[in-house]
Design a protein around this ligand. Structure first.
Ligand SMILES: Nc1ncnc2c1ncn2[C@@H]1O[C@H](COP(=O)(O)OP(=O)(O)OP(=O)(O)O)[C@@H](O)[C@H]1O
Ligand SMILES: [Mg+2]
Length: 249
């Protein structure tokens, strides 16, 4: 499809192709994330959402296409992507179950040296997620699903990222917990000036909080627009919002 792409992108992906062996997971994907935006990528199981984030994070290599950050090609080594300020919060959270909340958070600061600055970042995380402070000595594996997601995000924040890549933060959480978590995502965007690329199957919520969004279908961008435009697009309503879509709509 002909894609309209905004100017002045922080993250700029052009014609990305990604394969697993002979299987094509992403086909000619182009997308932009501008400074300060929340951009959502929605799509069904297997659409290629995680592949997209893992490729940006240099965990997976593309077959072709380009990924630029601030106009420069993004390094293809995962630790260099982190040091550029791009941090992935992976699907399924992947916190360290035997380690305490504090130990998990400190792992997120592994690239940093100043103990004073690390302590400041931890206070910032506790300001955003007070429950983590209450549970600072509790083992990660004993936290609730919602608390584990907060810990996973908190751990990512400990590297002081500029861009957060969030892979299905709502997965497996009760609706009330998801609502609270999405409020925190808005707060990180507004107050901490974080640019966010959010991958979600919970399309209605993701579109509600995003400035712009892309619909990924079997590895291809099928639709794009502002969050509001896509929320009201009949094709999105039919395929992704279902009957329980938007209250009152
Ligand atoms: N390690 C892998 N080896 C082979 N194929 C893979 C691998 N990881 C993903 N795929 C395939 O690539 C396609 C895209 O998968 P991906 O995990 O990116 O989708 P997704 O949109 O994140 O799905 P979900 O919503 O279920 O998390 C799927 O067809 C999947 O089977
Ligand atoms: Mg996925």
């Amino acid at each position: 499809m002909q894609q309209h792409l905004p100017e002045e992108s922080l993250l700029e992906i052009n014609h990305l192709m990604v394969h697993y062996g002979g299987i094509r997971a992403l086909n000619d994907v182009s997308l932009r994330v501008r400074l300060g935006e929340i951009v959502a990528v929605i799509g069904a199981n297997g659409a290629g959402k995680s592949t997209l984030l893992r490729t940006i994070a240099a965990i997976k290599s593309p077959s072709s296409g380009s990924i630029k950050f601030e106009g420069e090609p993004l390094p293809r080594f995962a630790d260099r992507v982190v040091s550029k300020g791009i941090m992935l919060v992976p699907e399924g959270r992947r916190i360290f179950a035997p380690l305490t909340v504090k130990e998990n958070l400190l792992l997120g600061a592994y690239t940093r040296k100043s103990t004073r600055e690390i302590a400041e970042s931890m206070e910032t995380v506790f300001g955003l997620f007070p429950v983590l402070k209450e549970r600072i000595h509790q083992r990660g594996g004993t936290l609730s699903g919602g608390e584990q997601q907060m810990l996973a995000i908190g751990r990512a924040l400990m590297s002081r990222p500029r861009v957060l890549l969030l892979d299905e933060p709502s997965l497996g959480l009760a609706p009330i917990v998801v609502d609270a978590l999405f409020q925190k995502i808005i707060q990180m965007n507004r107050e901490m000036k974080l640019t966010i690329l959010l991958v979600e199957q919970n399309a209605s919520l993701a579109l509600e909080i995003s400035h712009r969004a892309y619909v990924l279908e079997t590895g291809e961008v099928k639709l794009e627009g502002t969050g509001v435009e896509l929320l009201h697009d009949p094709r999105v309503k039919d395929s992704y919002l279902g009957v329980s879509g938007i209250a009152g709509d």
